[in-house]
Design a protein around this ligand. Structure first.
Ligand code: IPM
Ligand code: MG
Length: 372
C-alpha cells in the first residue's frame, strides 16, 4: 500500500517520540512491502516562533493532501504562564482538528499485565481493564463562543452541541462496542447541563439501531470516581469534548503511565494519530520521554488502513518491550539507562525479527531482541 503521511512532531518531547514512531513505520514498510511517504511540517510553539502562526497554511495544506497525519505534541511553558498571550500553541491543534473535521477521538486504555504493579491502583482493581474512550473532538466548550468583558473581569465559554454532532460520534461508539463487549456508557452531566440532556436524548435514539448493545449513563463526577474504583465495568465510554479530555488523563493511571496512551482522531475524510500526552517540556532532549504512546498511535494509523498484521506486529513489539523492561524510566524500575531512542530501536529490531523471542538481557541493553 502507498500512503502519504504528514508528520507534525510539534513541541517539547514531540519530535523525540515521533521519531521512534517513524522508525517503526519505516520498518513496517520494509517488512510488509509498503511505501510510506513521510513529509514533515511545523505546528504549535515552534511554528509560532518561525511563522507567528501555530498552524501555518502550508502545514494545513500538507495535512489535507495526505492520507494520514502523525502528530507529536504541542505546548510550551512560555505561553502557559502568560494568560494574555494572543496566540497559543494549542490553537494549532484545535484548528487542525476543526479544519480536518476530526470529530471522533478514540483513546484505548488497557492495563498491561507487565505493568500492572506500576500503577498506583491496586492489581485486583485494574487487572483486565480494557476501555475504549470515544471523545467528541470538534464541538462543545472547546469551540463555543468565547467572551471576555471589556474591563477584563468577566469571561465565558459556550458549550453547544447539535443533534448531528452527537449522532455521528454515537454511531461510531456503538459500532465499536459491537466488536467488543457490547456496552456503551454515556458520560455526561445531565442533572445540570442542557447540552448533556440533549446528549442523553440523542444517544438513546441512536441506541434503538443497536439492540444488542447495553447502554448505560453516568454523571461525569461519578464516572471519574468509578474509573479508579472499578474500571473493569467500562467497555466503550462515549462522551463530549471536555469530559473526554479529563476522563482520559485519569484513565491513563490504569496503564501505569500517560506515556502509553495512543489515540486516533477521525472524521469523514481525514485521520490523525497522536499520543494523548502533552509536550512535557521538562523532559525535552533528555532521552527519557516514553515513545510508546506515539508508537502505538502509529499502530492505530495502520489499523485505520486495515493493515491489521502490521498493526499487530507493532503491538506485539510493544508488549515484548514492556515484558523485558525495555522502557523509559517512567515505568522502568529495573534498568535506568534505556532511552527514548533505545525503545525505538528495540521495536524496530522486533519488527524485523518477530519470531525471535530470545531474552538475552545483554543485547536488550543494546536495544536488540536477538542474540548475535
Ligand atoms: C488532548 C490535549 C489537548 C486537548 C490540548 C493540548 C489542547 O490535552 O489532546 O487531550 O485539550 O484536547
Ligand atoms: Mg488532554
Amino acid at each position: 500500500m502507498k500512503l502519504n503521511i504528514a508528520v507534525l512532531p510539534g513541541d517539547g518531547i514531540g519530535p523525540e517520540v515521533t521519531a521512534q514512531a517513524v522508525k517503526a513505520l519505516k520498518a513496517i514498510a520494509l517488512e510488509f512491502n509498503h511505501t510510506f511517504i513521510l513529509e514533515y511540517a511545523p505546528v504549535g510553539a515552534i511554528a509560532i516562533d518561525t511563522t507567528g502562526n501555530p498552524l501555518p497554511e502550508e502545514t494545513l495544506d500538507l495535512c489535507q493532501a495526505s492520507d494520514a497525519i502523525l502528530f507529536g505534541a504541542i505546548g510550551d511553558p512560555k505561553f502557559d504562564n502568560d494568560p494574555s498571550a494572543k496566540v497559543r500553541p494549542e490553537q494549532g491543534l484545535l484548528r487542525l482538528r476543526k479544519a480536518l473535521g476530526l470529530f471522533a477521538n478514540v483513546r484505548p486504555v488497557r492495563a498491561y499485565d507487565a505493568l500492572i504493579d506500576k500503577s498506583p491502583l491496586k492489581r485486583h482493581i485494574i487487572k483486565g481493564t480494557d476501555i475504549s474512550i470515544y471523545r467528541e473532538l470538534t464541538g462543545g466548550i472547546y469551540f463555543g463562543e468565547k467572551k471576555l468583558s471589556e474591563d477584563g473581569n468577566t469571561a465565558s465559554d459556550l458549550c453547544e452541541y447539535s443533534r448531528h454532532e452527537i449522532e455521528r460520534i454515537a454511531h461510531l461508539a456503538f459500532k465499536a462496542a459491537l466488536s467488543r463487549k457490547c456496552k456503551v456508557t454515556l458520560v455526561d452531566k445531565a442533572n445540570v447541563l442542557e447540552s448533556s440532556r440533549l446528549w442523553r436524548k440523542v444517544v438513546k435514539d441512536v441506541a434503538k439501531n443497536y439492540k444488542e448493545i447495553e447502554l448505560d449513563f453516568l454523571f461525569v463526577d461519578n464516572a471519574a470516581m468509578q474509573m479508579i474504583l472499578n474500571p473493569k465495568q467500562f467497555d466503550v465510554i462515549l462522551t463530549e469534548n471536555m469530559f473526554g479530555d479529563i476522563i482520559s488523563d485519569e484513565a491513563s493511571v490504569i496503564g501505569g503511565s500517560i506515556g502509553l496512551l495512543a489515540s486516533a482522531s477521525v472524521g469523514e475524510k481525514y485521520a490523525m494519530f497522536e499520543p494523548i500526552h502533552g509536550s512535557y517540556p521538562q523532559a525535552k532532549g533528555k532521552g527519557i520521554a516514553n515513545p510508546i504512546a506515539s508508537i502505538l498511535s502509529a499502530a492505530m494509523l495502520l489499523d485505520h488502513f486495515e493493515l491489521k498484521s502490521e498493526a499487530d506486529t507493532i503491538r506485539a513489539a510493544v508488549d515484548k518491550a514492556l515484558r523485558l523492561h525495555v522502557t523509559t524510566p517512567d515505568i522502568n524500575t529495573k534498568f535506568d539507562n534505556i532511552t527514548t531512542s533505545k525503545v525505538g530501536e528495540f521495536i524496530v529490531d522486533f519488527i524485523h525479527n518477530p519470531k525471535d523471542s530470545n531474552l538475552n538481557f545483554t543485547n536488550i541493553h543494546l536495544g536488540q531482541s536477538t542474540i548475535i
